[in-house]
Design a protein around this ligand. Structure first.
Ligand SMILES: [Mg+2]
Length: 408
């Protein structure tokens, strides 16, 4: 191998921990971050909520069934973006080679930093200490000769974990781990792997390329290499998210256009919040539907100008919805995804969201009128189902005015 030292640092229950940090009354209690509507999903769960089986992406209804005493907090993305900036600034004290995977997770290549700061383990300790003392949050870190191994290692002793894997131990470290640890091994593919006799990463490591190809297709040999700790991928500091999306599987299949539009509106709100939080605007949109028979269809289009606001995203999503075959088969999942991302532009793109945020009362009245008279009623009436999901006007404004926003 290469003598590289890669860190993967991942904040512990990030959104929930930020909420507990900022509100002492939430500390030590089960906290769920997510929309208060039972149709919403869990965005994050504090460690106190996890023993009850609450997980992110679970429906809020299911989460409340499992942990009725949980305190539900609506997400405040601007706050998470602020904490994220603080954490990434600490990363960059130790290396310019920081590849962010999301707001709360990054790879760091510290190979060349060791003469200044000590080995990878010391650097990981210092980063964890500084995050705790300066940002008042905890992180878990993995230190390894490759990305794949570092990512697995950071997850093994959460929360507040630190796992170091030396180059000579990489293969024996990976071998006993369950096959579910392989990248891309989801709930669907794992049972297939078990049925084919692959239960651990060691089983993958010991198989021939031909066996792996037979079991997993063309991607199989690559999984075998990863399982042997062979992962030469570099930490790519300029990497930005390629797309930002939201999708949802429904408890009951949706059929009516109105219900589908309502679902797309909720997803447009979430996508707009994430674009804001990450300071991005998008020039392309796609909408995905999965029908009751599991057939997946996608429709996409380019936008004439970069957008980041709920209104524009929802308008485009609704237009795309019109290009699907609707009304015959039920739809079990919808998704909205924005791509061709670039830095959020000037206030122009802010305006429509300001209107929405400011107008809660006004909007409610207008929606009631529309509901009564039937004009364009989906747009606002549906939005009111998720009243606390919108980013507040003040936050949106802070975000745009924050001079540090584009630095990272
Ligand atoms: Mg995390």
């Amino acid at each position: 191998m290469t003598g590289r030292q890669i860190l993967h640092v991942d904040m512990d229950a990030f959104y929930a921990s930020v909420e507990q940090r900022d509100d002492p009354s939430l500390r030590g209690k089960p906290v769920i971050v997510g929309g208060p509507s039972l149709r919403g999903v869990v965005t994050a769960a504090s460690y106190e909520a996890r023993p009850f089986g609450v997980r992110s992406a679970m429906s809020m209804a299911e989460a409340m069934r499992r942990c009725p005493q949980a305190i539900v907090v609506a997400p405040t993305f601007a706050k998470y973006a602020g904490a994220s900036r603080d954490v990434f600034a600490i990363f960059r004290r130790y290396t310019p080679l920081v590849e962010g995977l999301s707001l709360d997770e990054a790879f760091l290549d510290v190979t060349a930093s060791r003469s200044l700061f000590g080995d990878g383990e010391s650097i990981a300790r210092r980063i964890k200490d500084e995050i705790r003392s300066e940002v008042k949050l905890t992180a878990s870190a993995g230190v390894a000769p490759a990305k794949f191994i570092a990512k697995i290692a950071s997850d093994l002793q959460k929360p507040n974990g630190l796992v170091v894997v030396r180059e000579e131990d990489a293969r024996s470290f990976l071998a006993p781990l369950p096959i579910e640890r392989m990248w891309g091994m989801g709930q669907k593919s794992a049972p297939h792997a078990h049925a084919s006799g692959f239960h651990t990463l060691g089983d993958l490591a010991n198989a021939t390329d031909a066996q792996l190809e037979r079991a997993f297709g063309p991607h199989g040999p690559h999984m075998g290499a990863l399982a042997r700790g062979e992962d030469e991928r570099e930490v790519e500091p300029e990497r930005e998210a390629q797309s930002i999306g939201a999708e949802e599987t429904f408890e009951r299949d949706l059929v009516s256009v109105k219900d589908l539009e309502r679902a797309l509106l909720g997803q447009s709100v979430r996508v707009a919040q994430r674009l804001f939080a990450e300071g991005q605007a998008a020039r392309a949109i796609s909408v995905k539907l999965k029908y009751a028979d599991f057939v997946v269809k996608t429709r996409a289009m380019q936008l004439t100008e970069p957008v980041s606001d709920t209104d524009a995203i929802f308008r485009a999503a609704r237009e795309l919805l019109g290009r699907f075959e609707l009304g015959k088969k039920g739809v079990r999942l919808t998704g909205v995804s924005m791509s061709k991302l670039g830095p959020l532009g000037e206030v122009v793109t802010l305006f429509p969201d300001v209107r929405i945020a400011r107008g809660n009362k006004l909007e409610a009245a207008q929606a009631a009128l529309r509901e009564k008279f039937g004009e364009d009623k989906v747009t606002r009436a549906a939005l009111l189902d998720r009243p606390s999901r919108g980013m507040g006007l003040g936050e949106a404004r802070d975000k745009l005015r924050d001079p540090r926003r584009r630095e990272e």
